[in-house]
Ligand binder design. Structure first.
Ligand SMILES: [Mg+2]
Length: 439
């Protein structure tokens, strides 16, 4: 069983971390890229974006797509675009995500990115006297500033200094890991974080809660640091052995043995451990970095951690009675619509005259029901993100994010601890999925 570290094995206080990213990006934009200082005053608001949104670099819009890549909601800056305008802007509402015009925001990491992009577009539109580059450059600048923040240590250095603020301790999850190990599972880590950061986090959030082991070094079979995922999954990078006492490194010329490494590849890992790809379950939180290439190239089984799922499941439960009310009203509306269609057809065929009064009455009833339904939908939507609604759904369809999770992750869960509460022998069976003609 393999684990990603950041946001999978180690949970972050996501709101604090995103606020920090938001600040780091703002500072870099103003300091290194000459953005107007007003950017520094933009407040961080976690609810302005959700995972899975797509940025239209050319038009400065933020989009939510369904499983067919059709736009189901859109914003320009902080304002929502109404359906008619949206149709006018995007003649074909299907988005080709391989087109460079679009940028997917698909990790919990990037809420700050989407938020800040929308906020800057908003000031650019409202204050034309301030000097901002075009939308595409803003999108690239925000992304590059965030990447820089990850690379140059501005984010991690701050986390290191205040672990209490950013890192969540989970004793039950650690107990779950020990339970899985006791049942013969070999647990390993593959993280893009470097050895020193990895050690710091594991020393803080794992070792103090161990009962059957002295330190995380005894719990985990192999720890791969600075792994360069997703390259780790499809490239042939060399492993270096890390001495956990001081972080010094040596070349690896023999088979992998338990210990700490840097770099490397999934291919060598699978071969040296004498395993078949599908005997390994890898758990991560990043659809591109952790899941997609792994599934495509290595045949490892995959589990995805989607932290937002916990709230979404709670809201789904609260929404259930409202959903049922909507369903009942829809059932009531369908025969009225059928009657309406039938009379309209007869009327246009010229068979019967004087049907207008009947049509009017039907239309009135349909409009009344529509109003009730639209109020119920508003009530239901208020349970989710106020700007973007549900994470996993876009209207009646799955969201594009849910579609990708469903396609590439064998299982998914809100957090690692939930998975570890199960028996290590658990077998997951997919539910039968009805096709349109079977409903
Ligand atoms: Mg991660």
């Amino acid at each position: 069983m393999g684990l990603d570290m950041d946001h999978t094995l180690i949970r972050y206080n996501v709101q604090e971390f995103e606020k920090l990213s938001h600040n780091v990006i703002k500072e870099k934009l103003v300091k290194n890229r000459n953005y107007p200082a007003v950017v520094l005053d933009l407040p961080f608001c976690y609810d302005l974006a959700i995972r899975g949104l797509v940025i239209d670099r050319q038009k400065g819009n933020t989009l939510k797509l369904n499983r067919h890549s059709a736009i189901r909601a859109s914003n320009h800056g902080l304002k929502s675009i109404d359906f008619k305008t949206q149709q006018k802007i995007y003649k074909s509402t299907y988005i080709d995500l391989s087109d460079k015009q679009y940028m997917a925001v698909d990790t919990a990491f990037s809420i700050s990115l989407a938020t800040l992009f929308s906020q800057i577009v908003e000031i650019k539109e409202n204050q034309p006297d301030l000097k901002f580059p075009d939308f595409a450059t803003i999108a690239d600048d925000v992304l590059n500033a965030l990447d820089e923040g990850h690379r140059d240590g501005s984010l991690k250095e701050t986390v290191k200094k205040d672990l209490k603020r950013f890192i969540i301790k989970e004793p039950d999850m650690v107990a779950g890991l020990e339970k899985f190990k006791k049942h013969g599972k070999k647990i390993f880590i593959v993280t893009n974080s470097d050895f020193h950061y990895t050690k710091l986090l594991l020393d803080y959030a794992i070792t103090p809660f161990l009962k059957d082991h002295k330190s995380w070094l005894d719990l985990f079979e192999i720890i791969v640091t600075s792994a360069q995922k997703p390259r780790f999954f499809h490239d042939d990078l060399k492993y270096l052995k890390v001495n956990p006492a001081d972080g010094t490194m040596t070349n690896v010329n023999e088979k992998l043995v338990p210990g700490v490494y840097q770099g490397g590849s999934a291919q060598v890992f699978t071969r040296d451990l004498g395993l078949e790809g599908d005997e390994i379950l890898y758990i991560g939180d990043h659809i591109y970095g952790d899941i997609l290439r792994l599934k495509k190239d290595c045949g490892w089984r995959t589990a995805m951690v989607i932290e937002e799922l916990a709230d979404e499941v709670k809201s789904n439960q609260i929404a259930e009675p409202t959903n049922q009310e909507i369903e009942i009203l829809m059932k009531k509306k369908e025969p009225l619509e059928d009657d309406f269609t039938e009379i309209m057809t007869k009327k246009s065929d010229g068979f019967i005259d004087n049907l207008d009064a009947k049509l009017e009455a039907l239309q009135r009833q349909i409009t009344e029901i529509d109003l009730l339904i639209s109020n119920l939908i508003k009530k239901q939507q208020a349970l989710y993100n106020e700007h973007w609604g549900q994470l996993m759904r876009a209207g009646n369809e799955e969201s594009y994010f849910a579609y990708q999770v469903d396609r590439y992750a064998c299982v998914y869960t809100a957090k690692l601890g939930d998975l570890l509460e199960l028996s290590p022998r658990t077998y997951f069976r997919a539910p039968r999925r009805p096709l349109a003609h079977e409903v």
